[in-house]
Design a protein around this ligand. Structure first.
Ligand SMILES: NC(=O)c1ccc[n+]([C@@H]2O[C@H](COP(=O)([O-])OP(=O)(O)OC[C@H]3O[C@@H](n4cnc5c(N)ncnc54)[C@H](OP(=O)(O)O)[C@@H]3O)[C@@H](O)[C@H]2O)c1
Length: 270
């Protein structure tokens, strides 16, 4: 019998790479996507004893990216049982210091691509009465984060969309899950200013991926991996918004005092 297929975006590194491994270990064939083809090839080779891996190189930070991916999947002719919208990037620094190209790429990748892929792949899942969507949000989905304003807002969008979707999909046989990790050791974190401060609280990408997989399989709507992260999310939920805003603004201004305005260390394309 054919194995179910999981499509994982952003599988060339970090949490997406670990998610690919966890899905493969749990009986899935894979379609993996990202920009770095060489990395995807290495992953496919590593996982070849476990499953078949199809590679689709696509830049989801570009307007054409999602349709390139959807067209490639249609050509493959494999029904996608699980869509993992993991690809994402961050832009750190005061909002007014971000470059125009950063703003455009972040909105396209974190919001538009995730929405378009979900929209395009859902009808087949609903027709088959079977499917799962795992959207990678963040603990920052729950609060404003000055200094990471656009990233946090994009992740609030992902959480809100996923929660609404989970209700809209009731009775269809399809589920939607938001995975909300806290700071996790990946390339992305090494690109964000002052993230070294989160060192002792950093999660391991493999553990985050395993939790995400379990939550997705159980059809849970929301999963925050790790006790520290759960405590932080709970704290912010029960405080007045002004207080959360005040403390995060204070922390951002302190941490950016030493950093020249407009100087960002993240790796988005110009
Ligand atoms: N690390 C954390 O602390 C943390 C915390 C909460 C949530 N998250 C979320 O977890 C997800 C994965 O992040 P990560 O930490 O694993 O980051 P990462 O190690 O930097 O990996 C990001 C992945 O996204 C892909 N990607 C980036 N830009 C892309 C583009 N324009 N088109 C297609 N793919 C692109 C990258 O592949 P290519 O570069 O090869 O394209 C890579 O595979 C993101 O949604 C992130 O927001 C991360």
């Amino acid at each position: 019998m054919a194995k179910p297929v999981a499509l994982i975006t952003g599988a060339s590194a970090g949490i997406g790479y670990e998610l690919a491994k966890v899905f493969a270990e749990n009986g899935y064939d894979l379609v993996v996507s990202a920009r770095r083809e060489e990395r995807l090839r290495q992953l496919a080779e590593e996982l070849s004893p476990l499953c078949s891996v199809d590679i689709v190189v696509a830049d989801l930070g570009k307007a054409r990216g999602p349709s390139t991916l959807v067209e490639a999947i249609t050509k493959l002719g494999k029904p996608i049982e699980v869509l993992v919208n993991n690809a994402g990037s961050a832009a750190s620094g005061p909002f007014q210091s971000l470059k125009r190209s950063q703003v455009k790429t972040l909105l396209q990748l974190n919001i538009r691509a995730l929405t378009e892929l979900t929209y395009e792949l859902l009808p087949d899942m609903i027709a088959r009465k079977s499917g799962k969507i795992l959207n990678v949000a963040s603990v920052v989905s729950f609060q404003p984060v000055p200094g990471l304003s656009l990233y946090a807002a994009s992740k609030a969008f992902v959480l809100s969309l996923t929660e609404s979707l989970s209700e809209d999909l009731k009775g269809t046989g399809v589920t939607a899950t938001a995975l909300c990790p806290g700071p996790t050791r990946t390339e992305m974190v090494s690109d964000i200013q002052n993230m070294e401060l989160a060192g002792p609280f950093m999660s391991d990408a493999r553990q985050v991926a395993q939790e995400g997989f379990r939550a997705c399989m159980n059809g849970e709507v929301l999963r925050v991996p790790g006790l520290m992260n759960q405590a932080m999310v709970a704290w912010t939920q029960y405080q007045p918004r002004w207080l959360v805003r005040f403390f995060s603004g204070l922390a951002a201004r302190n941490s950016f005092n030493s950093v020249k305005m407009g100087e960002t260390k993240q790796s988005m394309a110009e």
